[in-house]
Ligand binder design. Structure first.
Ligand code: NAI
Ligand code: NA
Length: 395
């Protein structure tokens, strides 16, 4: 079929298999161009199909020749109905990995459930014995807690006060004011249930008990801080409460893993266009200004550049350069004083009329469409493609 983007708000209902494949190939080529990384050889990535998790899987496989198991929740295609992009990404990743002689298998299901954890553990036991690195990169709006059976929904709201600021509709470029009512106590608790650290802890505990974590294993989860500007809706909002919980969980896991000399660490990453971040009000305007400035300074990075640098310079490099809260800061370039001072200046004057000029609205929009395999260089969108693509080694 001929597949075109069909957007509804900040989501796109269709995805293009060839565009997704080309994105994966581009990321692989980038990692290979940066040379070998002396990293983990057996890696589990939870949330492996898009964004930072996919970049992590690619960096492990093509930077360190690692065997990888990827867990994700994606929609399979059927005749006339394209898959979700993470499905096509994973199909392309496995094809490329297998072609390079690398072990790669995938599990499509709810990572929050006991069943998927058990299935993953069984696969590790059978095929790899143990893993040395576990990347935890889930981003989800809902979670059913397997202990209580209760389904929780996360929200993106400020805590305490009403928050009013500028935002942009990145499809139209329309800059407007958005007002968000503060969260209730339940909202906060639910968001921590979904995006906090409990599930990360459950994974590592289950894996430890099953004996599938190697001596000296490491596990990483990803967090975000960002500037003062977005604080009310991000770091000091409901999602920030969840990130506080995630960050505290790192210390708990490390403590529990002393017998294996295991380490759990959080990496604070840069703001980027992903399916998760497009849904957060105010953030798209911030990102479009940030992109403009960082591109002009030659310090712009996407997920793959971020994760390749995280692995090469920090995790397997000379020094993790942890901050005073024990976190890796690969958001260091985003948070540079000169960059943030410039964002503040542009934020104050940003309007519908000038945003195209002072911000990188096109960059934002292109990145958004790229997530779904659209507007990717070198792809013939007029050509008929088979929407039914299989992931070779899916469990
Ligand atoms: P994403 O939406 O691109 O990826 C989410 C992944 O989780 C996908 O692989 C998806 O299939 C998987 N997933 C979601 N629900 C699942 C479930 N129930 N079971 C199994 N898999 C499931 O998100 P992104 O942006 O890569 O986020 C990953 C982490 O990075 C999150 O913790 C996020 O907060 C963090 N982060 C994101 C930043 C950004 O600007 N996008 C900045 C800094 C950190
Ligand atoms: Na991810």
């Amino acid at each position: 079929m001929i597949i075109e983007p069909r957007t509804r708000g900040f989501i796109c209902l269709t995805a293009h298999p060839k565009g997704c494949e080309q994105n994966v190939i581009n990321q692989i080529e980038y990692v290979k161009s940066k040379g070998e990384i002396d990293g983990a050889k057996k890696v589990l990535v939870i949330g492996a199909s898009t964004g930072f998790g996919l970049a992590s899987r690619i960096t492990s496989a093509f930077g360190s020749n690692a065997s990888t198991i990827g867990v994700f929740l994606e929609k399979a295609p059927s005749a006339g109905r394209p898959a979700s992009p993470g499905w096509y990404n994973s199909a392309a990743f496995e094809q490329q990995a297998h072609k390079a002689g690398l072990y790669a298998k995938s599990i499509n299901g709810d990572a929050f459930s006991n069943e998927i954890k058990q299935q993953t553990i069984d696969m590790i036991k059978e095929d790899l014995g143990q893993v040395d690195l576990v990347i935890y990169s889930l981003a989800s709006p809902v979670r059913t807690n397997p202990n209580t059976g209760k389904r929780h929904k996360s929200v993106l709201k400020p805590i305490g006060d009403v928050f009013t600021n500028k935002t942009v509709d990145f499809h139209t470029g329309n800059v407007s004011e958005v007002t968000i009512q503060p969260a209730t106590e339940d909202d906060i608790a639910n968001t921590v249930e979904v995006m906090g650290g409990e599930d990360w802890d459950m994974w590592i505990t289950a894996m430890k008990e099953a004996g599938v974590l190697a001596q000296d294993f490491q596990t990483y989860a990803y967090s975000y801080i960002g500037p003062k500007l977005t604080e009310p809706v991000y770091r000091k909002g409901t999602i920030g409460a969840a990130k506080d919980d995630l960050e505290a969980t790192a210390f708990k896991i490390t403590e529990k893993s002393a017998d294996l000399n295991g380490k759990a660490i959080v990496s604070v990453n840069k703001a980027l266009v992903t399916q998760a971040s497009s849904a957060i009000p105010v953030i798209p305007l911030y990102i479009s200004l940030l992109y403009k400035i960082m591109k002009a300074d030659g310090i712009h990075e996407g997920c793959i550049e971020q994760i390749q640098r995280l692995y090469a310079d920090r995790i397997y490099g000379a020094d993790l350069q942890l901050d005073d809260k024990g976190r890796v800061r690969i958001d260091d370039w985003e948070m540079r004083e000169d960059v943030q001072a410039e964002v503040d200046k542009l934020w104050a004057i940003a309007t519908t009329e000038n945003l195209n000029e002072i911000g990188d609205l096109k960059g934002y929009s292109d990145d958004f469409f790229n997530l779904f395999g659209f507007k990717v260089d070198g792809v013939d969108y007029a050509a008929d493609v088979d929407e039914v693509v299989a992931i070779p080694s899916i469990g």
